[in-house]
Design a protein around this ligand. Structure first.
Ligand code: FES
Length: 128
């Protein structure tokens, strides 16, 4: 069974939609179920720190994938990129009051898509 929090984030997703002027877009697909997620970030430099000023998502996936996308946007907003990089799938699942065991893998999408967005932001800023 899904927790009330999962159902709330599924029914009323926060920060959903494409961000046209994003500084970076992370992408992650689940090879098993084929679900796909995009995370967009807008970054501001304040006091020498890169801060996620805005974040949004697009998810083509199950209820758990949508709820975890929504939750990760709340967890990452206002954090520095370094802090956001440390958000794990367990953090997301715990913040949602847990996920059914067979749905735990769905929270990988959100964590990996966010980490991909952060890596892309850094590689855009400092081309190798
Ligand atoms: Fe694919 Fe949940 S079943 S992410």
């Amino acid at each position: 069974m899904y927790s009330d929090k999962v159902l709330d984030h599924f029914k009323n997703p926060r920060n959903m939609g494409e961000m046209k002027d994003a500084d970076a877009c992370g992408e992650y697909g689940n090879p098993i179920c084929g679900d796909l997620m995009f995370i967009y970030i807008k970054v501001d430099r304040r006091n020498g720190k890169d801060i996620i000023n805005d974040i949004s998502f697009q998810t083509f996936g199950c209820a758990a994938a949508i709820a975890t996308s929504s939750m990760i946007t709340e967890l990452a907003k206002g954090k520095t990129l370094e802090e956001a990089k440390t958000i794990t799938r367990d953090d997301i699942a715990n913040s949602l009051g847990g996920l059914p065991p067979q749905k735990l893998h769905c929270s990988n999408l959100a964590a990996d898509a966010l980490h991909d967005a952060i890596e892309k932001y850094y590689s855009k800023k400092e081309p190798q």
